[in-house]
Design a protein around this ligand. Structure first.
Ligand code: UDP
Length: 238
């Protein structure tokens, strides 16, 4: 019997998680450590898909605020997620993992196109799959890409790694008395107007009854502990 509480999961990392102490780009040490965490979970038997944001390089909304056409900015943001995905593929392969980047926009000289059945096949064969370019359309985020792909591949859980160790009733950086929730329903998140992920992504999780765990990945070993069933961070479900 498997010692894991979850068989197949999708892990969403923000682009900023790759920066470390820098304010732009990718810190090789940081991405190496994140890859190590993923490999540990993979070696324990989990099927793991990843989505990595692009905020460490470009965000469409930020570029548009500087005067750029929004759609062009979002396309640059999607390409940024491909860059991050390639870096993660490399980091995983350095550790002996088998990884495939699959992009929602066609860029198949550098990675595979996203094909759902092929993605599931990779996972069944023990490969790590990194979904790049979000949903492949402007005005979306990689949170939406993560929710969509998680539902498509039949993930048991969507894991969203953040800088904060869960969902709080108010901003814990500003309020010393902020309280962290261990568990919430989708309806409670909406009623309390809690910022868990963007609205489109959250609606997809709720409509598909996909459980979501928000947690801080800075502690070594935390991913595997969650997969073994430890209640770390905040769980949102129906
Ligand atoms: N993006 C997009 N469509 C998608 C996913 C991403 O246009 O389906 C663009 C958008 O400009 C976004 C950027 O890619 O700002 C980077 O993604 P995101 O902001 O989600 O990255 P994160 O904040 O997680 O690092």
């Amino acid at each position: 019997m498997s010692q894991l509480a979850y068989r197949r999961v999708l892990l969403k990392l923000s682009g900023e998680a790759l920066m470390g102490d820098e304010d732009y780009g990718i810190d090789p040490k940081v991405i190496g450590r994140l890859a190590q965490e993923v490999m540990e979970a993979r070696e324990a038997g989990a099927e793991i898909a990843l989505v990595i944001g692009g905020g460490n390089i470009f965000r469409g909304a930020g570029l548009a605020a500087g005067g750029m056409d929004r759609v062009t900015g979002d396309q640059m943001g999607m390409l940024a997620t491909v860059i991050n995905a390639l870096a993660m593929q490399d980091a995983l392969e350095k550790l002996g993992g088998k990884a495939r980047v699959m992009s929602a926009i066609k860029i198949n000289d550098v990675c595979e196109d996203y094909i759902r059945r092929r993605a599931i096949r990779h996972l069944e064969k023990g490969r790590l799959v990194i979904f790049a370019a979000g949903v492949g359309a402007p005005f979306f985020t990689t949170d939406s890409g993560a929710a969509l792909r998680a539902v498509e591949i039949g993930a048991d859980l969507l894991l969203k790694a953040t800088k904060v160790d869960g969902v709080y009733d108010k901003d814990p950086k500003k309020h010393a008395d902020a309280v962290r929730y261990d568990q919430l329903t989708y309806d409670e998140v909406i009623a309390r107007d809690l910022q868990v992920m963007d609205t489109a992504a959250f609606a997809l999780c709720r409509d598909s009854d996909l459980p979501l765990r928000i947690f801080d990945m800075s502690q070594p070993g935390v991913l595997l502990r969650i997969l073994r069933g430890e209640k770390i961070g905040t769980l949102v479900q129906g």
